[in-house]
Design a protein. Sequence first.
Lengths: 380, 314
Amino acid sequence: MAIAASKFESLELRNVGRSFGGANALVDLNLTVRAGEFIALLGPSGCGKSTALNCLAGLLPLTHGEIRIDGERVDTVAAERRGFGMVFQNYALFPHLTVEKNIAFGLQMRSVAKPEIKRRVAEALALVKLEQHAKKLPGQLSGGQQQRVAIARAVVLEPRLVLMDEPLSNLDAKLRLEMRTEIRRLHQSLGLTTIYVTHDQEEALSMADRLVVLREGRVQQVGTPEELHNAPVNWHVADFMGYRNLIDLEVTAVNGDAVVVEGRGLTLRGTAVERATVGDTVRVAIRPEDLVVVSPSVPVRGGNSTTATVSVVEYHGREFAVGVITPGGQALHVRSDFPPAIGTAVELTASPERVRAYPAELVDPSTLSVEERELEEVRR
Amino acid sequence: MSAPAVGRGKRAQTTRSTASLRHRLAERGVDKSLLMLVPAIIFAIALFVYPFSYGVGLTFQPSLATQDQWGAGIWSNYVAFFRDPFVFDSIYLTMRLALPVALFNVLVSIPVAFKLRHRFRGKKALTILLVLPITLGTVLTAQGMLIFAGRQGWLNRFLVSTGLVDEPLTLVNNYWGVLFSLIISGFPFAFLLISSYLSGIDPSIEAAAKTMGADWKQRFRRIILPLLAPGLATTFILTFVLAFSVFPSARLVGDASGETRVMALMAYRSFGELNDYPMASTIAVMMGLVELVVIALVLLWRASMFKGSTGGKG
């Protein structure tokens, strides 16, 4: 393959921050990206992930910190000279240029020789399988095809870094799955270094080598998909990673990090993420997939058992998504391998290590300023 | 239950529609709601179609004086228009005003609209200042210019007293006076139109060009200009037509019998001073034709702009 990524060793973001008229959109982003990595910036809307991407691309100037590639500062270089490729959420194709000319645009700007342009455009078109659409205008293509043009346009320049801003959010569910695989394939075959912004945790988990979870402009957690999936550091991340059951319960027994939590008609054995003492209120996070209805084929796990009444049953193909209500009136999302009758009582179980107890108040000292930290200590 | 219905539907498609005539007409957009257009049609006929055709008819009924001088029967008015340099030169005199004004308004609006696309301190105040002249009538503008830029106006007094010029500049009652007045009243239109066309271009398209390595000149020439071309053409046409039909300022701040003897003035002269309605109508019709020629040329340019960028050579 002739199209290949330009090489560098590492991209370093140091204390990168951006504020808009006093409001912080991004605070102290520290991240080291190795060449060839696929990094996903993940978070709900307004968390600063797109700001981070625009800062990297040079479309927004930084207000704090610096960005270095192999020790050389790039945040002071103009966007048009950074040599990054960017794929926009709305594709941002040039509506008056054909597919072919859209892809050739960047090469023309770099004064590449004409035969070379022709060869590389043809290769890029083949890469995204759009050869027969070369002469069409973007308006004549479907959403998925436009997306592929946008990707081809970015990779044909053999960029050091490819930035993608929610590239799949405007596509329908089926196409999104296809394009996911396509992007991952291109990433691997071209050896691209990619930074990918998304609000879809499933997308991030399935594509990225490492995930950066952002909330309100601050990094919450950086880790591999497994780490984030299995061990979110706080309940905000847990909430975002699909721990749909978030319940405030009281700790009634502690043994190391094993705890027993009670309340709202529930008694569960769980794992404390941070030190907890008897009497503390904790926020318990459990994935629906981990909280299951006991049946002949699903035994009680780790002595964890509690009962609840079935209120909603949804068919999900291989299993059933069930909504239950505890005797204390708490609604829970659980899974079952059989369809329980609505109104009946069922026994629920979850292995204790999958019942994660977080401090209810999210206070991460590293995110606080000095004054806030002092205030927090006085309150205690 | 649905099976027979489907069968009937199919037959109806292949043979004849079983729907009523009223229904079939309605499908083609012919129904009672068309009656709502009646008032509009009456107004259009009474206020435009009839006077316009009457005016065109008049041009073929030249006055005896015109016929005596130029001959050519019913074409006498047109012959007079092209042969009489006093009348014919007014095309050039009007063009000399309208073309530079339209060009200036469009070209200067582009950078201003560009700058005002971004947020900055005082943006609102500046926008208001740029648009405000729209509220001034031509007469008010002319009055102001006479006071401000006349030989005894503030501007000249200032320039002379500071020693920047030895003699007061002649800025009104000539070509320049009309030019300035047309720019003052035409610029807000051009600026507002171009701003709205510019805001219709997704800023991420420009951002994309930026990340692909295009500097601002390349972005403007290759991306913004082709996308803005239809808007520029429309704006040019509008400000051109506005300037071409100039009348009050040509009289008030111009030199009505000399270098700003524009077509509208000539038509007025025929109608108001010479009582020659047919000749006045002829000049009005020729005014419209000249404007149409310019509009056609601009639209041709616009089409070529788009063909050039979308049609493939390679």
